[in-house]
Design a protein around this ligand. Sequence first.
Ligand code: ATP
Ligand code: MG
Length: 410
Amino acid sequence: MNDCLPSQTPLWQQVESAIRATVSSFGYSEIRTPIVESTDLFKRSIGEVTDIVEKEMYSFDDRNGDSLTLRPEGTASTVRAGIEHGLLYNQEQRLWYMGPMFRHERPQKGRYRQFHQFGVEVYGLAGPDIDAEVILLSAALWDKLGLRDHVTLELNSLGSNEARAQYREVLIAYLEQHIDKLDEDAKRRLYSNPLRILDSKNPQVQEVVANAPRLHDHLDEESQAHFEALKALLDSVGIGYRVNERLVRGLDYYNRTVFEWVTDSLGAQGTVCAGGRYDGLVEQLGGKATQGVGFGLGLERLVLLVEALGTQAPAAVDAYLCPMGEAAERQAFVLAQQLRQQLPGLRLMCHCGGGNFKKQLKRADKSGARWALILGDDELAQDQITIKNLKDGSQATVAMGELAAHLEQR
Ligand code: ATP
Ligand code: MG
């Protein structure tokens, strides 16, 4: 679990504002849920035989002996809240959330125990148009952050729950014939979650999987049409994709559309954003049947990507006010407040603690400010102030009354 230090928060804020601007431009509404939920909620939604539930959850008994879990992802909580507050049945909801998630994993670059996700969840819409919209929304975020050329979209359809169940039987029968080549993980999942074996990273298992019956040969007609329509919509807005039939996603609740945005720039942790359709989940968690589709996006990986592109975090300060001497200090305190009121966009830091000219200018430099505003005895006497450009060293003295206009212009 990491501290996010002042040197890093500007980059985070930049990413977070890009996210807020994107969801706002699509008209989505924010939902905030608690960080702890009942353990049972995640077991029932994510699935008992998944990495998250088997090995990654932070679970504990509270003082009443109830088992609680720090949320490992956002979908289960959103569905729980939606059911509890009657937001889902017979309604359409386009929601987003952002916040910390917790998984007990081996920490490494791009993989942490407390990490942050931004996600969207849409309810009550069945068609491929909303799947395409959700993907378009994520693409709009890449555009805002200048990342579009650094991520690629992988796309798949898992078919209806019935088609998937049928394929499952065919797949199990095939894998049983090659059981000697499966590793421990694959053997354990053979009957509980065989589709997950399709995206095994073990080369020997991959060899077996390469000749396995294909999921797409078992897709039901409706799912096929849904998938074709989705691809056509993505084509129409110029979003490129690669159909990856091995893409099944780690969580149990997906049906039909699944997708991932992946990158080569982050080593092993290549998935930046992942999601899909989950039409059965609301009912499974006790609500009335309601379609769902959404994605989760890891903010740490996004920040790493933006950093890798060499994006400079903006400085926190535009101007640094340096008063020389007691009279100037008193004046500066008032002046700073006036400027902040006159120029609400200005980020102004006022020097505190006295000291000579050299010391104050050093502080001004360190603040990252573009301008030092120097108020000494001479300036005070003539009701003027000196504006020094800290980037190129040039300076000019202007009448106090014109300072705000000068700053605004620059
Ligand atoms: P992975 O295959 O990398 O473990 P996942 O399938 O477990 O990912 P999801 O549950 O789909 O991931 O979560 C969505 C996104 O959240 C991921 O694509 C990733 O960007 C991010 N994410 C997941 N786990 C972590 C983690 N431990 N640390 C940082 N980011 C994470
Ligand atoms: Mg994982």
